[in-house]
Design a protein around this ligand. Structure first.
Ligand code: GRF
Length: 181
């Protein structure tokens, strides 16, 4: 599959995918990275000669997706709401750092997810990868992995522990999707 990875932040999930692509863990190839801003994670695209665009314009993004013959869009820490147009044109998956539907929806992004989890003294959190529909964090769930956070002493510690599982889960889902295709 030809992948487009959408990011808004540090891009460690993108980096993890680039690494496994180098190891040939899956056949899919990251053909395009899209960001709504000059995100730090774009450096991973630049360093690895992967095409990237910074744009908030739907038509421009759609044009690039078409140009690179994209089969699957992976939202990896991408913050803007995805338009209907994009949802109707592409298969899109998202990675979310909690066990959805818990700690999903408006306001639950990045460290805010883990802060809420920590404040509520949860002992288990996790990772969800799901299909994207018009509602935030709401599409069909592809995979969920539980993570024991009972010994974590801060939201950041939870975030760090879960991020490692995100990297692992994302590559597994992509491999599974290409096998199913
Ligand atoms: C990850 O926790 C992802 O689940 C969430 O935003 C974070 C992005 O991390 N949606 P990174 O940019 O891949 O490092």
């Amino acid at each position: 599959m030809n992948l487009a990875v959408f990011i808004s932040g540090t891009g460690t999930n993108l980096k993890a995918l680039i690494d496994v692509q180098k190891e040939k863990f899956f056949d899919s190839r990251i053909k395009l990275v899209v960001s709504n801003k000059n995100a730090k994670g774009l450096d991973f695209a630049k360093d690895n000669n992967i095409n990237y665009i910074v744009s908030k314009d739907d038509d421009e993004i759609l044009g690039e997706l078409k140009k690179h013959d994209i089969d699957l869009i992976v939202l990896a820490g991408y913050l803007p709401k995805i338009s209907k147009k994009l949802i109707n044109s592409y298969e899109i998956i998202n990675i979310h750092p909690s066990l959805l539907p818990k700690y999903g929806g408006k306001g639950y992004y990045g460290i805010h997810v883990h802060e809420a989890v920590f404040e509520n003294k949860e002992t288990i959190s996790g990772v969800t990868i799901h299909h994207v529909n018009e509602n935030l964090d709401d599409g069909d769930i592809i995979i969920q992995k539980e993570v024991d956070i009972s010994t974590c002493k801060s939201a950041q510690e939870i975030a760090d522990k879960i991020l490692k599982i995100e990297h692992q889960s994302l590559k597994e889902v992509i491999k599974k999707m290409e096998e199913d295709n």
